[in-house]
Design a protein around this ligand. Structure first.
Ligand SMILES: Nc1ncnc2c1ncn2[C@@H]1O[C@H](COP(=O)(O)OP(=O)(O)OP(=O)(O)O)[C@@H](O)[C@H]1O
Ligand code: SF4
Ligand SMILES: [Mg+2]
Length: 372
């Protein structure tokens, strides 16, 4: 295990600047940028500013991610929550520069990772940065695991490509990683193919591949969708222990605020391509400042519902993201809307009286608004 180092916030982080491959010009440039950036100003692991990603389709331009802002401390776990189609995956893919182009394109904003300007990197530098620093657990493991290659080889190849390990060392690392993610008899399973694992185990294998290079940031996109509740809880416990043990920062994407609450220090809520509320988990739960967040909270699965009792859902549908109106995007579904909501879109404004770092996008909860 690589020893921990001092992070920019004074805490410890597992991955090290010297882990950047310096045997290539791109690696050397990246390493120099990292050290330089840390010495200068990198206080956050990730700063996403006004990030916008669009899809240029025959049906029009889809504003999938619209001026999104996010921040992540070293070692922190952030929840990115919202309904289907709200732009969570495209935000994550944009941060890692994995949006398929065409039809997609990042059209504006900045992504600063560990002090490095990600959108300014060459493709080769970006490949290195992803391999060494950013692990990605994709929404559907079967589309991202190679069905024709044993899982041990898939993990080992990642470790060999990015850490330059020998074949034997990479195989040993693959077995270690399978053990870390809780696969029983890991050495015996190295030669098995993805279809020989259950859904929950495939998610664990995905996490093992993402961890092969000891990333500073793990992006987990709905890592437990389609898994039963017990397996879901096990995967979440695994992520929690990884974050504790290696101080890996995590962006956890989920449509379930309950899952985010159990895992994250802070949550950002997305709706129709926009961040509409952000804050500490407790503040978001106890004092939401945006009716959409309240609706998400009310539509959470609950154990105390009477048998046969109906789960509340949010009525209506999210708006079309092709040329959205300059109004509040939640207005058509919002019980609190007034004229102004249809005329102008509210900005994200700080709500300091409702918690540290709390901000929301809603006219009704602005000072002088109609929701106290
Ligand atoms: N390749 C693509 N071409 C056109 N539009 C796309 C493409 N990929 C995503 N989109 C659109 O971008 C928007 C955001 O999609 P995204 O996949 O980020 O949603 P999501 O929040 O991750 O939803 P889910 O919870 O269902 O995974 C959606 O309107 C989607 O239709
Ligand atoms: S701005 Fe208006 S329509 Fe939008 S969420 Fe607030 S009250 Fe509802
Ligand atoms: Mg998604």
């Amino acid at each position: 295990m690589i020893p921990p180092s001092q992070g920019a916030d004074g805490g410890t982080v597992a991955p090290l600047p010297e882990m950047v491959e310096v045997s290539t010009p791109e690696g050397a440039r990246l390493a120099a940028q990292t050290v330089d950036a840390r010495q200068r100003h990198a206080r956050k692991l990730l700063e996403v500013r006004d990030l916008s990603t669009r899809f240029f389709t025959p049906g029009g331009v889809v504003h999938a991610v619209d001026e999104v802002n996010l921040e992540l401390d070293y070692g922190e776990t952030l929840g990115l929550v919202g309904e289907s189609g709200s732009g969570k995956s495209v935000t994550a893919l944009s941060i890692a520069r994995l949006v398929a182009e065409p039809p997609g394109r990042i059209v504006g904003g900045e992504v600063i990772f560990d002090g490095i300007d990600v959108l300014g990197l060459s493709n080769e530098e970006m490949r290195l940065l992803r391999g060494r620093r950013i692990g990605f657990v994709f929404q559907d493991p079967m589309t991202s695991l190679n069905p024709t290659m044993p899982v041990g080889r898939q993990i080992a190849e990642s470790a060999r490509a990015h850490l330059g390990l020998s074949r034997r060392a990479a195989a040993a690392r693959a077995a270690d990683l399978l053990a870390t993610v809780g696969i029983p008899r890991p050495k015996d399973r190295l030669g098995d193919y993805p279809h020989q694992f259950s859904g929950g185990m495939r998610q664990r294998v995905m996490i093992a591949i993402a961890l092969a290079c000891q990333p500073m940031l793990l992006i987990a996109d709905e890592p437990t969708t389609a898994l039963d509740v017990t397996v879901q809880a096990q995967i979440m416990e695994l992520l929690r222990s990884l974050s504790r043990e290696f101080r890996t920062a995590i962006i956890l994407i989920t449509h379930d605020l309950g899952i985010a609450a159990g895992m994250c220090q802070r949550v950002s809520v997305m709706y129709a391509g926009r961040i509409v509320e952000t804050g500490l988990v407790d503040d978001i739960f106890e004092r939401p400042r945006m009716p959409y967040t309240r609706a998400l909270l009310d539509s959470r699965p609950r154990v105390d519902l009477e048998p046969g009792g109906r789960l509340p859902t949010i009525e209506g549908f999210p708006p079309d993201l092709v040329d959205p109106d300059p109004a509040c995007r939640f207005a058509p579904r919002c019980a609190h809307r007034r004229e102004v909501c249809l005329e102008r879109e509210p900005g994200m404004t700080p709500r300091p009286s409702h918690g540290e770092g709390h901000a929301a996008r809603c006219w009704a909860t602005e000072p002088g608004g109609w929701i106290p």
